[in-house]
Design a protein around this ligand. Structure first.
Ligand SMILES: C[S@@+](CC[C@H](N)C(=O)[O-])C[C@H]1O[C@@H](n2cnc3c(N)ncnc32)[C@H](O)[C@@H]1O
Length: 409
């Protein structure tokens, strides 16, 4: 969207002279023209009149070219649906004449490609994947082996994100789920884009500190994980339930849970939209590729368990060190992945999947139970209630015999 104002006025590569000439022709100061161009602002009415009179460029052409869609413009489009639909229905995607690339690596469940994710997605069928997780570069001027430019202007970065998001939406099945991992700064814009195309489900704040404190600003302490479904309802959503938080010394519960212990589900606490238990991957021993911004397999385990079933197709456009692919393989989901840079780390990771499988199995022992076996034993020893204390479940699955719970508090 850069330079759109001047581009619509016929100046493709603006330089000092071309802007000066335009300024004279339109009788609008150079500074103002630059301002409209740099900030994508529509000129005021008197200037729009000058533009129309001198250049025959109408206000709506400028608005469309600058992607400024106000209510009035949208009303005009809506009132002319029959004229506009045939234009929009013309095929716009160029048919690729390139040879379709073959996967560079295959496993029992997955296919890994070594190419640009947009190009790969253009080869994939519409409505063909069940779950997408995307962790793009954050445009923080970081070095990637893929040699991508991670220092784009804000506009160019967001425009690139919109491009690959469009393809993700196309290949996602109706009822499929799309997760987007990014900094809150970028997700605040991308959520607006997604809200117009998919159904918003959650903004999950994941507490991982990612930079040093900066003077005059709050300490950035969470990543944003957006969750959307295509269509109103997700085909699959069975999030894990979490164990109760327990004091490591006295084994009593740490939180009050609003005084509703007698209504608690013995399968655990509802997962909230604030995740405090996802570890950063820092230690080199556990980090598959230093520059790849590797995510914890605990995060992908939670997402894949919640929003897919064995046999489903999981897609991740930004391979990095292959965290999504490793977890999908362990969980017997089919997966499709791509990485623009070298893929040796991903391939190598698959040779030691057993370690990651063991770690996930261990983690999962704590999920979907109010207490781990160890905590249960310790609480019983101390005469504190556990879910075994309750012998009967009511129809909703809530616990009876609340007197015992109250006694223990
Ligand atoms: C933030 S990392 C992903 C890390 C990954 N989630 C993990 O846990 O290992 C983003 C990755 O996307 C890759 N990448 C950037 N642009 C790409 C593109 N257009 N197509 C495919 N991969 C791309 C980068 O090389 C980088 O490895």
């Amino acid at each position: 969207m850069k330079n759109n104002f001047l581009r619509v006025l016929g100046i493709e590569n603006p330089d000092k002279k071309s802007i000066q000439d335009l300024s004279i022709k339109l009788d609008i100061p150079v500074q103002k023209l630059k301002y409209y161009n740099d900030y994508n602002i529509l000129p005021d009415i008197s200037e729009l009149d000058k533009i129309e009179a001198k250049l025959s460029v109408k206000r709506y052409k400028l608005m469309l070219g600058m992607e400024i869609y106000d209510k009035e413009l949208l009303n005009i489009l809506r009132d002319n649906i029959d004229q506009i639909t045939p234009i929009l229905s013309r095929p716009y995607r160029k048919k690729s004449i390139e040879q379709k690339k073959l996967p560079i690596f295959q496993t029992q469940y997955g296919k890994l490609y070594n190419q640009d994710c947009i190009k790969l997605m253009q080869e994939l069928e519409s409505e063909s994947v069940d779950l997408i997780f995307a962790d793009p570069p954050f445009n923080l001027n970081k070095f990637y082996l893929s040699a991508i430019n991670d220092n784009l202007s804000d506009r160019d970065y967001l425009e690139w994100c919109e491009k690959w998001i469009d393809e993700c939406i196309r290949i996602l099945k109706t009822g499929g789920t799309f997760y987007l991992w990014n900094l809150p700064k970028w997700n605040s814009y991308l959520a607006d884009y997604l809200n117009k195309r998919l159904s918003f489900k959650h903004w999950i704040a994941t507490d991982i500190k990612y930079t040093l404190p900066i003077a005059g600003r709050l300490y950035p302490s969470h990543y944003s994980l957006l969750m959307y479904t295509k269509g109103i309802k997700a085909n699959t959503f069975h999030p894990d339930r979490m164990p109760m938080e327990i004091c490591n010394n006295c084994y009593k519960e740490i939180k009050d849970y609003g005084g509703y212990k007698d209504k608690m589900n013995p399968k655990g606490i509802n997962l909230s939209d604030v995740w405090l238990d996802i570890p950063p991957v820092r230690h080199k021993k556990y980090k598959a590729r230093e520059e790849a911004n590797e995510l914890s397999i605990k995060l992908l385990d939670r997402i894949i368990e919640a929003s897919s079933n064995p046999g489903d197709i999981v897609f991740d456009p930004f391979g990095g060190s292959g965290t999504t692919y490793a977890v999908a393989e362990i969980k017997e989901r089919n997966w499709i992945g791509t990485e623009l840079g070298p893929v040796d780390t991903i391939v190598e990771r698959f040779s030691r999947l057993a370690e990651e499988r063991d770690y996930l199995n261990q983690l999962r022992q704590a999920y979907n139970n109010l207490f781990t076996e160890k905590v249960k034993k310790e609480r019983k020893k101390r005469g504190i209630w556990t879910d075994d204390t309750f012998t009967q479940l009511n129809e909703q699955g809530s616990l009876f015999n609340s007197d015992l719970v109250k006694q223990s508090r």
